[in-house]
Design a protein around this ligand. Structure first.
Ligand code: AFD
Ligand code: MN
Ligand code: MN
Length: 430
């Protein structure tokens, strides 16, 4: 088993950058102090922040047209964990991994849990897959899964989710994320109300099997693979379902799963207020569910989402405890580089949101002073928190410049030697 990046290499890179970091950090500290912000307090909050890696993200993704795998693609879940270990070793922001079943099936879950522990990793939400057919599956999901018109198909999809819970229990996970591709491609194809009722009936059976300390995350998506309608199309449908199921069911927000131009940060605020925000799948998009790297296109939007989250924590909204995960498809980059960069970007948005002067914002809102209010957000967003993030990584034994160390390590080349190319590999276009 690959043991990650040589610690000596990390240290020698850090040593070269240490002097600059010290100066930059001190300068940022002075700037923040002028704004009555204690940089070390922010540093402690950022250090406690983590975002989960989706196991499928470490393989090259692909589009409906083609997949162009890179060298050293992970062959199975143990390889994926190794890559996640490297991401966490260098960027120190991703202590957990989210598995997708059956893509990540293995013969010994105890061994897998041990491998994760050895890498300093644990398991986040389990993801079920009833959007594609597996070999030897009795019933096809071509026309749906949890909402299929056929009871046998629904029962099979329910059973699969129960299996995911069981695997998750063995791995120490405490959440199940359910996203279904169910929907329709033609007006008239599906009876909307009956399909939703079938969804409730199926998910109730899954909900009933949840351990007491587990949560069920319902993930909505406006379209794709169904292109006319989807059963859990928007946060409203998701909220209705989560409410019908009970307190352990909440709504997961994937940033790419909305109508164009929809105000995602406001959806977040609504779900927070309703006690129904499960958490996030972070990514970015220009046109649809593009699964681009978080913050690569619209970093301000990501910041505005975090602004809502930090406000909720600041105001101590009861039960507020969102789960953070990346959900991206890497087509033209080394997935390890993308995931490190994206995790740091998410961490950056969080750090920036922590800099918002909440009292001043409250006052500006009360006074209907739109210009001051928006300046307060911009002041936080436009603060370059890079030295703070670097310092947090350094404190935790990571790399000041993770991508540079990763490139210098030759990890990908070694992986390519150790892992003969495989076909497929579990990437997804969805
Ligand atoms: C889907 C959803 C969901 C799912 C993933 C599979 O975002 O999270 O697990 O893609 O690749 O679009
Ligand atoms: Mn998702
Ligand atoms: Mn998606």
């Amino acid at each position: 088993m690959n043991t990650g990046i040589d610690a000596g290499l990390v240290a020698s890179h850090n040593d070269k950058l240490q002097h600059h970091l010290q100066n930059d950090y001190q300068h940022l500290g002075e700037q923040l102090a002028r704004r009555h912000i204690d940089i070390d307090r922010v540093r402690a909050q950022v250090a406690a922040f983590g975002v989960a890696i989706p196991s499928w993200g470490v393989g090259t993704g692909g589009t409906r047209f083609a997949r162009f795998p890179g060298p050293g693609e992970p062959r199975h879940v143990f390889d994926k964990l190794e890559d996640c270990g490297v991401i966490h070793q260098l960027a120190r922001a991703t202590p957990t991994v989210s598995l997708h079943i059956p893509w990540d099936k293995c013969s010994d879950w105890r061994e897998l849990r041990g491998a994760a522990t050895a890498l300093g990793l644990s398991f986040d939400a389990m993801n079920s897959n009833t959007f594609s057919d597996q070999k030897d599956q009795a019933h096809s999901y071509k026309f749906g899964s949890l909402t299929h018109t056929d009871a046998g198909t629904r029962a099979q999809a329910v059973a699969h989710n129960l299996e995911c819970i069981e695997i998750g229990r063995q791995l120490g996970s405490t959440a199940l994320t359910v996203w279904v591709g169910d929907g329709s491609n033609f007006p008239g194809q599906q009876h909307f109300r009956r399909a939703f009722d079938r969804y409730l009936d199926s998910t109730r059976q899954i909900y009933a099997a949840l351990p007491a300390d587990w949560r069920m995350f319902l993930e909505h998506k406006i379209n794709e693979p169904a292109f006319y309608s989807t059963v859990i199309q928007d946060w409203g449908s998701s909220y209705l379902a989560a409410t019908a199921l009970g307190p352990q069911a909440q709504c997961l927000v994937d940033l790419g799963h909305h109508a164009p131009n929809v105000n995602i940060e406001m959806i977040v605020a609504r779900l927070v207020a309703a006690g129904k925000l499960a958490g996030f799948h972070f990514n970015d998009s220009k046109y649809g569910d593009d699964d681009l790297d978080a913050g690569s296109v619209s970093p301000y939007r990501l910041f505005l989402v975090f602004n809502e989250l930090v406000a909720a924590a600041h105001e101590q909204v009861p039960g507020f405890d969102p789960a953070y995960m990346l959900d991206q498809s890497h087509n033209v980059t080394d997935p390890i580089e993308s995931l490190m960069t994206s995790a740091v970007q998410v961490q950056r948005s969080y750090a920036q949101a922590l800099l918002v002067d909440r009292d001043a914002l409250d006052a500006a809102q009360e006074a209907n002073d739109a210009m001051t209010a928006t300046h307060l957000l911009k002041a936080a967003f436009q603060t370059d928190v890079t030295p703070l993030l670097q310092q947090v990584r350094r404190d935790a034994g990571g790399a000041i410049d993770p991508v540079a160390v990763y490139r210098a390590s030759g990890y990908r080349r070694q992986a390519a030697e150790a892992r003969p190319a495989v076909a497929g590999g579990g990437g997804g276009i969805v």
